[in-house]
Every structure is written in C-alpha cells, then in structure tokens.
Design a binder for this molecule. Structure first.
Ligand SMILES: NC(=O)c1ccc[n+]([C@@H]2O[C@H](COP(=O)([O-])OP(=O)(O)OC[C@H]3O[C@@H](n4cnc5c(N)ncnc54)[C@H](O)[C@@H]3O)[C@@H](O)[C@H]2O)c1
Length: 254
C-alpha cells in the first residue's frame, strides 16, 4: 500500500522548491492533492504534470477570505482533508535590525505567521469532523536559533514553532497531530536569493561558505525535506506530535 493512499493532502507554496518536490512525492505515494500558491498558471502546469484528481487553487495564504475559500473548495471537492502541509513562506529582506524596513517586517509576519495561523485554524476545524489528521508546518533552522540580518524571518519561524506547540496540545484529544519541520539550507530559489542578498554579485562565495558550515558539506535537496514531510503526514508517525524536526545536514548539532 502506498504511504498516503486514500488521503487528501493540501500543500501551500506548492509550486516552489520544497512544495513542488513534496507534491510530486505525495502524488507518487497515492495522495489526492490540493495545491495552493500565488500563481494560477504555475499551479495549472503542476496539476497537468501530476494528473489524477489534483486541485490547484491560487490564493495568498495571508488572506483570511482566500484561505476560507480554498479550504471550502477542497472540502466540497474531496469531502475531507487528512493532511495539510503549511509550507508557503518568504525570506523578506536581508538587513541589520536598525535598517530593517517595517513594511517588509509586516509582510514576512503576514505570510509566514498569519498564513500558518489561518491554515491551522481551517485545517483543525475540518479535521475535527474526521477525528484525525496531520498538520506539518515548514519552520526552519532559523526557527530554532538566530541568524544575522534576517530578524523578521527568524522571528516568524520561531513564532510558528509556538503555534505548532499550542495547536498540538489543543488538538491531540481530537486525534490531530501537529509538527514542524526545520530545514536548512535547501537548494531552492529562496537560498539562491539569500546568497545574492548577503553578497550581491558573489553568491558563489556565500554558497561555498554555507556549504562548509554544514556537517554533511552540501545543501539539502527539496526531495530530502519532502521525505520528512511525507513521514509526518503518513500513519507511520501516528505517535508523533508537538515537536520540531530538523532536516539540516547536521547543522543543529553545532
Ligand atoms: N530553502 C531553504 O533553505 C529553506 C530553509 C528553511 C526553511 N525554508 C522554508 O521552506 C518553505 C518553502 O520554501 P522554498 O525553499 O521551497 O522556497 P520557494 O521560494 O521556492 O517556495 C516558496 C513558495 O511559497 C509561495 N508563496 C510565497 N508567498 C505566498 C503567499 N502569500 N501565498 C501563497 N504562496 C506563497 C511562493 O510563490 C513559492 O512557490 C518556506 O516556508 C521557507 O521559509 C526554506
């Protein structure tokens, strides 16, 4: 039996690096998918690639009405939601705190924290009707420790660890599990943007430095994060809730 057979799973940030690798893996493991991201054309391409009974819904995860709508659309179509991967996120600016733009701070918190809160709110409401469910939130290694010039991002990724813990305690009696995955650094658009932001024009130098700082001496692949999300969404992890799971090449050991 496939590991997500018969499960309806929602993925946000589904056309990005980690989200797309996850959508592909979850589809291969038998899930029926609801994919959410900002751009409908990009979603349509993924839906066409995956085939099967896949929904692609364009929405801003920070928008309360849009979130209510995509959950309702998903439940109307599939009748239930078994797993939710709240993965959409932005890195924001790279700047010292004293120069960090306030509008950008608000934007990072809106997408990364409000977006996760809204996703939890609707996921829990729907899953309570099933008496079961698994929610996985993409935090970061930056949700477990600090990182220079990324104050809003670090704050947002710590905040979702708090949301996860609160939701895990609250929802355990209803059979709903909630965990975070805490990746770093993974080869996607986001890490390329950070490299360029730390040293404009010298991204390759930053990359070399960052790879050296990883005990396994390389960036992770999106698929390696998807593997962990798959485990946490599947019934293989039925006794696991309320915790943080690094996928970081050993970085959090140091
Ligand atoms: N790449 C890394 O090294 C790394 C490390 C730790 C955590 N993360 C986290 O992993 C998650 C996925 O990031 P990624 O590395 O795949 O980057 P990515 O930029 O490739 O993917 C992010 C996706 O989220 C979508 N998105 C952004 N804002 C949105 C919004 N308001 N509504 C809906 N969708 C929105 C983007 O369109 C994009 O498709 C993020 O939460 C990120 O913070 C990434």
């Amino acid at each position: 039996m496939k590991r997500l057979e018969k499960k309806v799973v929602m993925v946000t940030g589904a056309t990005g690096g980690i989200g797309l690798a996850s959508a592909r893996l979850f589809a291969a493991e038998g899930a029926r998918l609801v994919l959410v991201d900002l751009d409908q054309d990009a979603l349509d391409r993924v839906v066409a690639e995956l085939g099967g009974d896949t929904l692609g819904i364009a929405a801003d995860v920070a928008n309360a009405d849009a979130t209510a709508t995509y959950f309702d659309t998903a439940v109307k179509h599939f009748g239930r939601i078994d797993g939710v991967f709240l993965n959409a996120g932005i890195e924001g600016a790279i700047a010292p705190i004293e120069d960090y733009d306030l509008d950008m701070y608000d934007k990072v918190m809106a997408v990364n924290v409000r977006g996760v809160f809204l996703g939890l709110k609707h996921a829990v409401a729907h899953m309570k009707q099933n008496g079961a469910g698994s929610i996985v939130v993409t935090s970061s290694l930056a949700g477990l420790r600090g990182s220079r010039k990324l104050s809003a991002y670090v704050a947002s990724k710590h905040a979702v660890v708090g949301l996860m813990k609160a939701a895990a305690l609250e929802c355990a009696p209803a059979g709903i599990r909630v965990n975070t995955i805490n990746p770093a650094p993974i080869a996607t658009r986001m890490i390329a943007a950070l490299e360029e932001g730390y040293a404009p024009g010298s991204a390759d130098v930053v990359k070399q430095k960052m790879e050296k700082a990883v005990p396994l001496r390389r960036y992770g692949e999106p698929r390696e994060v998807a593997n962990l999300a798959l485990f946490l969404l599947s019934d293989e992890s039925n006794y696991i809730t309320g915790n943080t799971y690094p996928v970081d090449g050993g970085m959090s050991a140091g």
